[in-house]
Design a protein around this ligand. Structure first.
Ligand code: MOS
Length: 746
């Protein structure tokens, strides 16, 4: 496994002789998906006819179950079993770890009579069809004893306490620096609670083979899901085989497992038959995690030339009472702009509502909605162009740690973006541009998101048919993992894409961390690259040592790979022939990647600049996006089409965050007001008429051998702030309470 930075040597991937790296090839699994034949977790073939489970959710926010009446449900058509906390099979106590090095602790379902949030599982019905299970679920009668519940974030702000294990980050003396500043901004922004609403709900199909359970589930992390289930069942993890081959969206909401996984496994064991369990669309909103609301106070102090002297971003957010999670909305501010006096930190309010958790670009996504608007306000106060203000505060090294940047092309993103967008046509005076009844304005904001490399492995087999098959316990949440791994494998071995197969999402495969934190492509891709390099060395040594090979006796380190052959000078042999001689199993190798020893010596991020033009209806207050454009720098781009798709998808989420997405808590029940996409408003095609993104050429040689960074979360960062700034430029109204709905604009 490559663990040190030894990647200065000639590199077949950075040379890109097949031209596969970066090429906008179609998705490896795209045909299966668009023809409806990719088997998602709920749809996989089972070894015997399955039963169907339905989870019954609590209608109480906090309290206990006094009585639960299941006889009507048990007598309903097709019902096999009904479970409550009184008769659910034994599971490990919450938080237990059988294997102390397990990646996850146990997470039992229906564990007690306690109810801790609306939408918590309180009963489970197993039946012959999904319809019968769901219908019977409606017959379960529960009497609750309610307890007082804290449901409202803003009225609970006085209960905000420190985030566990965290302290504020202070550099210099913020208060002194701020009060000595010639020009200041002090304002507070609010970003509401948001939901993931993945197209595919969380779902599991499970069956047992002897004492081993096989589960197909929809989860972003293979090992995490395997271990969570093993710990919950109290069995060693090698008795859980977890598959997650196709995932209909994750976004952080499937970074963990839910009760569908546990209950499907328990029910399949008890019934001696495969079981399928899926959450309903409505359940997805409250039985899984959401992005919490965040209140953010920003204070900026600058001199008249626009140099920041003091900068503070203080965020207050919320989490479930017994499930601490911090939306790190202030963290990005630690790396973005120079200012000698700095203060950033988080406070947490505990509420009796469903669990808060990670959602696309946790931290930056809501956080940048504040600071990037505060910078716009400061620019206006100073009479400076917002880009010029940012350039004047561009740090030479990381503003808090002093570490050098690996690569930082933020200024170039802003300048190229400005040029391509036509930023020079912006009239800085708000309300000055009209188009009929519309006020028209432009806004910009920056984007920043961290870059991470985690340890990962991969397996690679070359068979006598000349096909290379990469296997990795990795996931593709719709982001393109299959495709980029095929491209990398093809390039390392000099093969075409139709000579490469990729198999993912099986806990028996060499482990990878999964998809999250935009580390997936860099991590899985680097492991695939290293594994391809191991295969090259193995094949070269095989050829050199095989008297029947034309390359026999030659120096393996001089051999090259191209067009399906291993080559030295004018001699060559096909990889197919070499693999065929190795036997029916061909040649199999494993390889992997770990962060380089000096990885933390660098401040390493992805960057971008977001530009928008909006119209604000002078009569209704409606905001319509007219144009949106971004320029991003995110390391080496593996597939231009898929990377752009990730970036523009993130930008569209930013449009939702700015203009429509919010889910208020119903103070009567502790439920969310919206439980479907009719009420929870994400942008649709008609909202996104003219949106484009450009990815700069970049390779970050401090990141990994190929210089890859992540793109999955960068696009949402700053996108909503650029819209809010455009709304101000259009109509002169500073709105700090997202989403910017017509009632607030008027
Ligand atoms: Mo992500 S929100 O870190 O899966």
């Amino acid at each position: 496994m490559s663990t040190v930075r030894d990647w200065a040597a000639p590199n077949p991937v950075t040379e890109n002789r097949t031209g596969l790296i970066g090429r906008p090839v179609d998705r490896y699994e795209g045909r299966l998906k668009v023809t409806g034949t990719a088997p998602y977790a709920f749809e996989v073939e089972t070894p015997a006819p399955p039963l169907y489970g339905h989870i019954v959710s609590s209608t109480l926010a906090r309290g206990r179950i006094v009585s639960i009446e299941v006889s009507a449900a048990e007598a309903a058509p097709g019902v096999v079993r009904v479970w409550t906390h009184l008769n659910v099979p034994a599971q490990a106590a919450r938080g237990a770890r059988l294997n102390p090095r397990s990646q996850r602790a146990s997470n039992p379902a229906l564990e007690s009579d306690r109810v801790e949030h609306y939408g918590q599982s309180v009963a489970f019905v197993l039946a012959d069809t999904p319809e019968n299970a769901r219908a019977a679920g409606g017959l379960v009668r529960i009497v609750y004893e309610a307890e007082p519940a804290d449901l409202d974030f803003l009225s609970s702000l006085d209960q905000a306490g420190p985030a566990p294990g965290e302290e504020d980050m202070r550099v210099g003396d913020f208060e002194a620096g701020y009060s000595a500043s010639e020009v200041t901004v002090d304002a507070t922004w609010f970003s509401p609670l948001q939901n993931h609403a993945q197209m595919e709900p969380c779902a599991t199909t499970a069956w047992w083979e002897g004492d081993k359970v096989v589960v197909h589930t929809s989860i972003q992390m293979v090992k995490g899901g395997q271990h969570a289930l093993a710990e919950t069942l109290g069995i060693p993890s090698d008795r859980v085989r977890l598959f997650t081959r196709y995932i209909g969206g994750g976004f952080g909401g499937k970074g963990q497992s839910y009760d569908d996984l546990t209950l499907a496994a328990l029910a399949a064991r008890e019934a001696g038959q495969p079981v399928r369990v899926a959450y309903t669309r409505q359940q997805m909103f409250q039985a899984t995690i959401h992005r919490p609301a965040v209140q953010m106070r920003v204070r900026l102090g600058a001199d008249r030339s626009g140099r920041l002297n003091a900068m503070a971003l203080e965020a207050v957010t919320h989490c479930a009472r017994n499930a601490p999670f911090v939306e790190h909305a202030a963290n990005f501010a630690r790396n973005l702009y120079a200012a000698p006096h700095r203060l950033t930190g988080h406070r947490l309010v505990r509420l009796d509502i469903p669990h808060a958790g990670a959602m696309r670009a946790p931290g930056e996504a809501p956080g940048m909605l504040s600071l990037e608007c505060a910078m716009d306000e400061l620019a206006e106060t100073l009479g400076l162009d917002p880009i010029e203000l940012r350039i004047r505060n561009e740090p030479l090294a990381d503003p808090e740690t002093g570490k050098p940047f690996s690569v930082r092309q933020l200024v170039r993103c802003m300048q190229e973006g400005a040029q391509q967008f036509g930023w020079d046509r912006r009239n800085p005076a708000p309300g000055a541009v009209r188009d009929g009844r519309w006020y028209v304005g432009m806004g910009m904001a920056t984007a920043i998101r961290g870059n991470f490399l985690l340890p990962a492995k991969a397996g690679l087999r070359l068979t006598g048919d000349g096909i290379a098959t990469l296997t990795q316990g990795m996931t593709d949440i719709g982001t393109g993992t299959y495709t980029i791994l095929a491209q990398i494998t093809g390039e390392t071995l000099g093969l075409t894409l139709d000579q490469v197969r990729v198999e993912l999402g099986d806990s028996d495969m060499p482990p990878a961390p999964g998809s999250g934190g935009q580390f997936g492509a860099a991590t899985a891709g680097s492991a695939a690259f290293e594994t391809g390099m191991v295969m090259r060395r193995r094949l070269a040594e095989l050829a050199a040592g095989d008297p029947t090979s034309p390359l026999y006796g030659e120096d393996p380190t001089l051999m090259d790979f191209a067009n399906g052959n291993i080559v030295l000078g004018n001699r060559s042999e096909s990889l197919a022939a070499l693999a065929a001689r190795a036997g029916p199993e061909g040649v199999y190798v494993e390889g992997g990647i770990s962060p380089a020893a000096d990885a933390r010596d660098w401040s390493q991020h992805t960057y971008g600049a977001q530009f928008t033009e909006v119209g604000v209806d002078s009569v209704t207050g409606e905001v319509r996006l007219r144009r949106m454009f971004g320029v991003f720098a995110a390391g080496r781009i593996l597939n231009a089409k898929l990377a752009k798709s990730q970036i523009t998808g993130g930008m569209i989420w930013g449009v939702g965050a700015a203009l429509s997405e919010a889910n208020p808590v119903d103070p009567r029940y502790g439920s969310f007001l919206h439980q479907d996409l009719g009420g929870y408003l994400a942008p649709v095609h008609a909202d996104i008429v003219n949106l484009d993104a450009v990815l700069l050429d970049e390779a970050d040689d401090k990141a990994n051998p190929m210089g890859i960074k992540g793109v999955g979360e960068l696009g949402i960062c700053g996108a909503g702030a650029a819209i809010a700034n455009a709304v101000y430029n259009a109509c002169g109204v500073r709105l700090r309470d997202y989403p910017l709905t017509p009632d607030k604009v008027l």
